[in-house]
Design a binder for this molecule. Sequence first.
Ligand SMILES: Cc1cc2nc3c(=O)[nH]c(=O)nc-3n(C[C@H](O)[C@H](O)[C@H](O)COP(=O)(O)O)c2cc1C
Length: 170
Amino acid sequence: MSFNKLAYDRYSVRRFSDRKVEREKLDSILEAALAAPTAVNRQPFRIWVIESPEALEKARESTHFHFHAPVIFVVGADPSAAWERPYDNRNFADVDAAIAATHMMLAIHDLGLGTTWVGHFDPACLKTPFPDMAPYDLIAMFPVGYPAQDCVPHPLHETRKPAGEIAVFL
Ligand SMILES: Cc1cc2nc3c(=O)[nH]c(=O)nc-3n(C[C@H](O)[C@H](O)[C@H](O)COP(=O)(O)O)c2cc1C
């Protein structure tokens, strides 16, 4: 599949089947994250794979957007480990973590799974039951599973600004 076909085929999956996600596929998603480029190669991100019933129950309390997925990935950025641009001290932790997260999102689709990038969650509700997450800036949750048979893209999926509105050739 060409890259643009993969990019356009992907859509936010919000209905999942009960089928369990194989461990090799979870490992493959993590591998995709590890391949991500980061500023000065600092790799200032961490990923939690939430799969046990107890941990899933706790994680689901942090968001309405868990879609009862059988696995949830959480991606955190660590500003203390990230490169800062010297001119304006801009910290690149969230950028780096978002690149890794994007790799994961596309790999999930490539593996025949589905997900939605979820930003609407309460980080404090994750950090209390999972204290390991406390120092991190939690940038994304990915509920992951096999798409339900009747799953279709939301109409927003088709709404893309034209290139002329986004790109500026100077
Ligand atoms: C940073 C970010 C945060 C998002 N947060 C949520 C969310 O909390 N809940 C949700 O249902 N979708 C969320 N989405 C999914 C977007 O709504 C979706 O990607 C967009 O409408 C385009 O649709 P598509 O992914 O099907 O192409 C988020 C996407 C991004 C990139």
